[in-house]
Every structure is written in C-alpha cells, then in structure tokens.
Design a protein around this ligand. Structure first.
Ligand code: ATP
Ligand code: MG
Length: 430
C-alpha cells in the first residue's frame, strides 16, 4: 500500500519514498522552494534547493498552482522545522492534475468563510484537516456502535425507506410519487423494527436515513438525518436506557482511544461521561423551567427555551424520563399505575435532544385505542397491527440521531457541521 504522510518516521530517513497529494502551499524563497504536500493524514514538506535539483523540475514546482494534485518521489531527510520532523528532496515532481485558479474556497483557512459558502463548495471545505477530522471521528463512532451491538448479540437490519404510512402522524412527511400511488419517505424505522420483534429477532440494530419535512431552520434539525435505532424484546424502558448510556460511554472511549490526532486537528477534547446518567423526571424538568420564568403547562412538550433553562442545571448527558403519555407517540407504553405518564425517556446533552425511546405497547387492543386517541386512523396501520395479534413479545427501544451525537460530542455549533452534504429547507445541492 502507498504511504500517507503520517506513515513516515525515522525508519524512512535516508530512503526514497513516493507521496501523492494536493499542493497546500508553495513558498518561493528565490533559490529555495518549499511545496507543502497535503494528503488525507497530514502534511509533508517538499524542499527544492535550486542548486541541488533538476532545473525543469524546480521551475515546475515553483509555478504549480495551489490544490493541484501531485506525485512526488524523493529521499526523506530529518528536518526539525518541517511538519512531522522530515522533508523530502525530490527526484521526481509530477503534476497529475493542475487546479484552476482562483480557488472557490481557501483550504488554508487564511480567509474566513461563511457556513453557506463552505457548504456550497463542500468538496473544498472537506479538504481542511479540521473539517475532515469530524468525519474521521464520525467513522469511528459508527464503527464503535456496530462493535458494541455486535458484542451484545444484536442483528443489524435494513428496513424500507419508501413507505405507505406515517410513523407518527402526518405533518413531517415527504410525499413521493410511487407509480400510480402516493407514498412517503420514512420518518423512522419504528413500525418495522417493532414488526421484527414479532418476527422473533429479539435484538435489532438499524443505522439508516430518516426523513423529516421540518419546516423551520434550526441549528439542530435537518430534513435528512441518520438514525441509530434499536429494538429489544423481553425488556422495558430501563433495559434499553442502560444500553444507551453504556453505548454513549463506549463511543466516547473509542473516540478518545482511536482519534487522538483528529481531535488535535479540531482542538477538541472528548470527556468520557460517567454512567449511569442522571434521570430527571419530566415533572422536575418542568419545575426547573417554571422556576426560571418559562411559561409551561404540565403536558406540554419542552420548548427550546425550557430546555435551555433546564440545561443550566444539568451538565453533559442526562435522561428526561416519565413524559406525559399525550406528549409522546401512540406506541409508548403508559405506566400501569398512572396511565397519564408513559415509560418514555429522552437522552439529552445540555439542551440538545440526542435520543428518544420507550417501552412499547405490545397489547393489540391498547395500541388501537392509543392510535385513535392520537387522532390517527388504525386502518392505515394494517400490516403493523397484524404483527401484534399472533404473539408479540413485550419490547422497548430507542432512536438516536447520529448527527446530533457528533454535534454534541465535538461541541459543534451547528448540526450541518456534522454532515457531509446537509439537507435543509434551502439546501438540496450539493
Ligand atoms: P426534536 O424534538 O429535537 O425535533 P424529535 O423528538 O422530533 O426531535 P424523534 O422523533 O424523537 O425526534 O427522533 C429520534 C432522534 O432522531 C432525535 O432524538 C434526534 O436525535 C434525531 N432527529 C429527529 N429529527 C431530526 C432532525 N430533523 N434532524 C436531525 N436529527 C433528528
Ligand atoms: Mg424525540
């Protein structure tokens, strides 16, 4: 395999190597030219003393445009002042593809750019080590999520994203044309992962896109997000909450273990949260918000301003539990002793919701009743309801937004920073 800049160490000193990459910078000192080559993993200094290298090559290197793609062959020399402590004196300097000028976006970050301009030119923006690092960490998060659930005996599945029914009512749906019929993009794999409990899978994991026609523009909503979903049979909300907090801790541990250099590029520190996470009841949460001046009635969803008040008293990750049954989707199980309250939870990080979950209703008739009570038509849930009639085990699960988790773990100011090509009300390209 070819070497990245980060693979080069003392063992290579005095040896000839080949590097591929982009021209990050050219520094022309007259009799001496430095070309900074950038690849996925870092930088290398290519040093061309006029007197010591081929003349034609010297001219080519000196005039090469920034962001051109190059191949360099040369001998590695120790050089304290260069990135990673080495330089390369080239015997070959090949321009594989010359970049146009001027550049649509500065990769060196010498000129600051607005988020919109950056996203318009995302392929350039992603060349910045600081930005690329986010996606290297996101990769490790996905890897550790799969690792964690594989160890716990989960089956990873893929369910349809083109569906005929709304998961939780109609407002946030994207309708599409499906031959002669209307169909929708799936808001969540909820109905399918529950159906798989009836299928006897017992523990499933799905990592996939969810689509929400959120009208408003916020720093935490996208119209296409990636959701980590689990569903587990023969357990309750507490059972899946412990998977969730252990997972979150595991992810943070693995990011720390495997992403040291990428965290350095971002200048971020990832603190490993202690488990178990604090459980704050919905009642207590409302109490805090009220005390701080929020106008809120019992039963209301917690607004962003309420959550910001609550976050003043809650550090890092915590759960808000026991939500009013009315405020949660129809499939949430009410408490036996107090059906106004449900066996539900949200995982929070400060004011940001990261995940929502619940013990589910597994009793057919109760489910039909709850669907009707929420103003939905049980007839449109045909395939789903059938699964509850012939042996549905008790079960629980949750859905966690991966993009939100990346945002929280790395303390990013906007969810769009955590996504390669974000989709929002204004943005469908690139
Ligand atoms: P919010 O109240 O923040 O809009 P929600 O309660 O509508 O979120 P859920 O239906 O509970 O969202 O979805 C489970 C998880 O999926 C959320 O906790 C969040 O992490 C993620 N998620 C949901 N909608 C979006 C979205 N529009 N953009 C990004 N992530 C989302
Ligand atoms: Mg939620």
């Amino acid at each position: 395999m070819r070497k990245f800049t980060s693979d080069i160490d003392e063992k290579d000193f005095g040896k000839e190597i080949v590097l591929y990459g982009w021209v990050h910078e050219v520094r022309d000192l007259g009799g001496l030219v430095f070309v900074i080559l950038r690849d996925r993993e870092g930088f290398a200094q290519i040093t061309l003393p006029k007197k010591a290298v081929d003349r034609e090559m010297f001219r080519r290197a000196r005039k090469v445009r920034r962001e051109s793609v190059i191949r360099v062959k040369g001998v590695v020399k120790a050089e304290e002042k260069a990135p990673n402590g080495f330089e390369i004196i080239p015997s070959e300097f090949e321009i594989l593809n010359e970049a146009d000028a001027p550049l649509p976006l500065e990769v060196t970050e010498k000129v600051p750019a607005e988020l919109d301009t950056r996203l318009d030119n995302r392929f350039m923006d992603l060349r910045k080590p600081r930005i690329q690092a986010i996606f290297r960490i996101r990769h490790v998060m996905l890897q550790s999520i799969r690792e964690f659930f594989d160890r716990h005996g989960f089956i990873e599945v893929n369910t349809p994203k083109i569906v005929s029914t709304a998961t939780e009512g109609g407002t946030e749906l994207f309708p599409i044309t499906y031959f002669e019929r209307e169909a929708f993009l799936n808001q969540s794999p909820q109905l399918y992962k529950q159906t798989l409990m009836a299928a006897g899978f017992e523990r499933v994991l799905e990592i996939g896109p969810i689509f929400r026609a959120e009208e408003h523009n916020t720093i935490r909503h996208l119209n296409e997000a990636v959701s980590i979903d689990i569903e587990v049979s023969f357990t309750d909300h507490e059972g899946v909450m412990s998977y969730l907090e252990e997972l979150v801790r595991y992810i943070h541990e693995k990011v720390n273990e495997r992403c040291g250099r990428y965290l350095e590029w971002i200048g971020a520190k990832v603190e490993i949260p202690d488990t178990p996470f604090t459980r704050l009841s919905y009642d207590e949460a409302v109490e805090i918000a009220k005390r701080k001046g929020e106008e809120i009635n019992w039963g209301d969803d917690l607004s962003t301003s309420a959550l910001k008040f609550i976050a003043e008293e809650m550090d890092g990750y915590y759960f808000i539990v026991d939500w009013p049954t009315e405020s949660k989707p129809f499939y949430a199980m009410p408490h036996e002793n107090d059906p106004e309250i449900s066996k539900t939870f949200d995982l929070m990080n400060g004011w940001l919701e990261i995940a929502s979950g619940a013990q589910r209703i597994h009793i057919h008739d109760l489910l039909v009743k709850r669907i009707s009570e929420q103003g939905l038509n049980p007839d449109s849930f045909g395939f789903y309801l059938e699964a509850f009639r012939y042996g549905m085990p008790p079960h629980a699960g949750w859905g966690m937004g991966l993009d939100r988790l990346v945002m929280a773990a790395l303390n990013l100011p906007n969810i769009r920073e955590a996504v390669l090509f974000p989709r929002d009300r204004q943005r469908l390209v690139p």
